[in-house]
Design a binder for this molecule. Structure first.
Ligand code: XMP
Length: 509
């Protein structure tokens, strides 16, 4: 495995992605990990990430320099290299001005990392400080016009440093450099596959759970379905899933999910129909955060009441993914402001004294999809677009009523039908409709209408952190608009949302 030390770079997840793409397992840890803990992990190599700090700043992140004496190859990227240089007796100059963007890398010594990459390649730079003096035992292997020390090596100790970012696609041959590091320098094997991951996880979970029982909240989304499948293969009927129908699902979704889940996951599932209770507590509520809080609270109450009926349960399984984990441990990930409160069963483990099982916590979304496929889940579960926990409640702007839910369900159903038929469903991160609390005038036949507006939202994204509005063809949008206005009672106007995230968000509330 490869250990990645997080010095706060925005590219950390990308480094992890690249390593995993090469079928090598990797893990990201904060810089305060101590050498003994590193040794215990038995990494074949260590990558020190970049970061926004300057090594001269008072609280700049640092790792115990003993890491350079563990006889484990180290690759320092950007800040990671500067830290290595200064920790080993070299010096870094504060240039004050940033070099940001493309640069031409002249390879002087094509060895180790740089073997076979050619002698002149484009690379991606993003740094302020530069290396001034190398520590003993190091030599320069590549330079650019403005950065003399762009790549360095200490071959005897297998320590490498690069000022540019090999993990970014803009660095041509970046992947080849990482490949050189992983396989030639560190001697890694290409053993990380979803098959091996599934096999290992199934046996670890089995050992941990023993003869106890596990509860899992199933939403019908990819993450919870894959978690359920993995646990089922591991502990069979010691797993009980709970599916809460909050009355805010899409048209016939509860029913459809019931059938699909039962067919493909031959698992204990308890379906709890709690729509009336959610709608009662949401009556007249307009404020988005209030809606979210109420839904979160009611969900907890319903889930807990059901979970208490399962005797002997000692674990709660969750489909937490790696990006969530990284965000919470990131060296610079201080308290981020709450934009929208996401609900989950976060408080439950403590309240019910349950231990957590999070088998996907080192995986990225696309890896989870591959894992689902490996475990035999059908495409209709693996390729579901994300659907928020609070459901249609945050897609109805203003108060939630049954008639408004019906209108939105009909629009949403028709929209997804068209999106699927046209082959856009998998290509879009999400596509959905939002019902606005305003009426406008229209004319149908010879009669004046005074009806609702719906907005269509379709976005592309890799991880929902940022998103772009989808450039769907005008003719296609026209067709959707026509069908909605003609076929859904209560709507006489359709608009298309052309805002990206940031500054907007994907959901409207
Ligand atoms: P925003 O609207 O913040 O959404 O850009 C980012 C992603 O998160 C989903 N989302 C939620 N998912 N519970 C969830 O499980 C929630 O409360 C929630 N709110 C937003 C949203 O659909 C998008 O994919």
């Amino acid at each position: 495995m490869i250990l990645i030390i997080d010095f706060g770079s925005q590219y950390n997840q990308l480094i992890a992605r690249r390593v995993r793409e090469l079928h090598v397992y990797c893990q990201i840890d904060p810089p305060n990990i101590n050498p003994a803990a590193i040794k215990a992990l038995k990494p074949d190599g260590i990558i020190l990430s970049g970061g926004p700090a300057s090594i001269y700043e008072k609280n700049s992140p640092r790792i115990d320099p003993a890491v350079f004496d563990l006889k484990i190859p180290v690759l320092g990227i950007c800040y990671g290299m500067q830290f290595m240089v200064s920790a080993m007796g070299g010096s870094v100059s504060r240039s004050g001005k940033r070099e940001y963007g493309f640069a031409e890398l002249l390879v002087k010594k094509p060895e180790g990392l740089l073997e076979g990459v050619g002698n002149k390649i484009t690379c991606w730079m993003s740094h302020g400080d530069s290396i001034e003096k190398l520590p003993p035992g190091f030599k320069i292997t590549a330079s650019t016009d403005s950065t003399r020390v762009a790549a360095i090596v200490n071959s005897r100790k297998k320590l490498y440093g690069v000022q540019y970012h090999p993990e970014v696609a803009h660095t041509r041959m970046g992947k080849k450099m990482l490949r050189n590091f992983l396989f030639d320098v560190c001697g890694c094997k290409r053993s990380w596959t979803m098959k091996s991951f599934a096999r290992d996880t199934i046996s670890t979970v089995r050992e941990r759970v023993g003869d106890k029982r596990v509860i899992l909240g199933l939403s019908g989304g990819v993450d919870s379905s894959v978690t359920a499948m993995l646990l089922h293969k591991s502990i069979g009927n010691k797993l009980t899933c709970i599916f809460v129908d909050n009355g805010l699902l899409r048209k016939n979704e509860g029913e459809k999910l019931k059938v699909t889940l039962k067919r493909h996951l031959a698992i204990n599932i308890r379906f709890v129909s709690a729509g009336a209770r959610f709608l009662r507590d949401l009556k007249g509520v307009v404020n988005p955060e209030k809606k979210r809080k109420i839904i979160g609270r009611v969900f907890m109450e319903v889930f807990e009441a059901e979970a208490r009926k399962i005797k002997g349960a000692e674990f709660l399984a969750q489909g937490t993914l790696y990006p969530d984990v990284i965000e919470s441990i990131s060296a610079f990930g201080g308290p981020t402001s709450i934009i929208k409160s996401h609900h989950n069963v976060g408080g439950l483990p403590k309240k019910m004294k349950l231990a957590l099982i999070e088998p996907l916590k080192y995986l990225f979304k696309d890896e989870v999809r591959v894992l689902g496929k490996t475990l035999g889940l059908p495409d209709e579960l693996i390729w579901r677009q994300p659907f928020p926990g609070p459901g249609l409640a945050i897609r109805i702007i203003g108060a939630i009523t049954r008639p408004r839910l019906t209108i939105l369900r009909n629009v949403d159903d028709l929209l997804l039908d068209e999106i699927k038929k046209a082959g856009y469903y998998k290509k879009l991160w999400q596509s959905f409709a939002v019902l606005l609390p305003i009426k406008t005038v229209g004319v149908m036949g010879d009669r004046r209408t005074y009806e609702n507006i719906v907005a269509i939202r379709a976005v592309t994204s890799k991880d929902a952190m940022t998103a772009d509005w989808a450039r769907l063809p005008h003719a296609f949008l026209g067709k959707i608009s026509n069908r909605i206005i003609n076929e859904v009672n209560g709507v006489n106007r359709v608009v298309y949302d052309i805002s990206s995230k940031p500054p907007s968000t994907i959901e409207w509330e």
